[in-house]
Design a protein around this ligand. Structure first.
Ligand code: GDP
Length: 295
């Protein structure tokens, strides 16, 4: 997935693997390479700096210089720290309530509508839920149609009111509809813009305040690297979301967003999107991702 980063980290750490004993200079040089690899992968500058100084501290604290296999220990320390950086544990979803409510947010084109369909499919097939998808984009009729197409693909009902221009009332009506029809999860797809603007944030904040969702998920395109991190930051300052959905990871060759987003906004990545098809969704596991990066 992040082949170039994996290669560079492997090369950086490989130098130590061959040594029976190493010096503080070896450690410093290796970590400089690790830092360079992270920066090349478009990891946030501050994140990369803190990462390497933490690993260095731990390495010296654990007497890496006198251990029998210093290379192995360094690989383990880097892996553990990468896992911690990406959130440590897998973040659970709160699906409680009758119905549980999930509000999707994010910029236009981030993959929100596609992901709403994937999530509905995942909750239906893997968690035995009966979801209702809700089209709350009042600006683009095409977005409403797109959600209907996605809903048809996964066999999940889609609620929309094409003539209603009030997203709060659409969301409230949808929740009432869900209660009447035995849907135990409501997934609300909201309008996105091309950039974070006041109007969009005010609108989603209003929907959020009115329906009090269990989870607000922020959807962002992993391929945009540091822009993804910056957008997450801007959203986070206005809307208290519970988790991040990183889409298009299949097309992300670098990995910067996946690695730095948690440390910058302090919100866990909950899901990843790995393709355009409705089953291209995975729960995000930090340790598994660290394993994939380090091989
Ligand atoms: P929205 O405007 O945020 O609702 O974005 P869409 O759901 O319409 O997605 C925008 C484009 O990204 C569409 O062409 C999707 O097929 C594509 N897309 C969404 N998620 C993924 C993903 O995980 N991987 C890939 N390769 N493409 C994706």
């Amino acid at each position: 997935m992040f082949d170039s980063l994996s290669d560079k980290l492997d090369k950086a750490l490989h130098v130590l693997k061959g040594h029976g004993s190493i010096t503080e200079v070896n450690v410093a040089e290796t970590l400089k390479e690790v830092r360079r690899a992270l920066l090349d992968a478009d990891v946030n500058f501050k994140t990369a700096k803190e990462f390497t100084s933490t690993v260095k501290e731990k390495a010296l604290g654990q007497n890496v210089l006198t251990t029998l296999q210093p290379g192995q220990l360094m690989v383990k320390l880097v892996k553990d720290e990468l896992t911690a950086l990406m959130g440590g544990e897998t973040a659970e979803m709160d699906l409680s309530g009758a119905p549980g409510i999930i509000l999707m947010s994010g910029l236009q084109g981030s993959g929100k509508t596609t992901f709403s369909g994937k999530l509905a499919n995942y909750l239906k097939t893997k968690k035995s839920k009966k979801p209702l998808l809700v089209a709350c984009d009042i600006y683009r009729p095409a977005a409403i149609n797109q959600l209907h197409v996605v809903g048809d693909q996964v066999g999940v009902e889609v609620y929309s009111e094409p003539d209603n221009k009030n997203p709060v009332s659409i969301a409230q009506n949808a929740i009432a509809h869900a209660k009447q029809n035995g849907h135990n999860i409501v997934i609300i797809d909201t309008a996105g813009r091309l950039a974070v603007d006041e109007e969009m944030m005010a609108e989603i904040a209003e929907v959020h305040a009115a329906i009090k969702p269990n989870e607000t998920l922020f959807v962002v395109d992993a391929m945009t690297g540091q822009d993804a991190v910056n957008t997450a930051k801007a959203f986070n300052e206005r809307l208290d979301f519970e988790g991040v959905v990183l889409t298009k990871l299949d097309g992300d060759t670098r990995g910067g967003a996946a690695i730095s987003i948690k440390s910058v906004v302090d919100k866990p990545i909950k899901f990843i999107g790995t393709g355009e098809k409705m089953d291209a969704i995975d729960v995000f596991h930090p340790a598994r991702m660290a394993d994939r990066i380090l091989g």
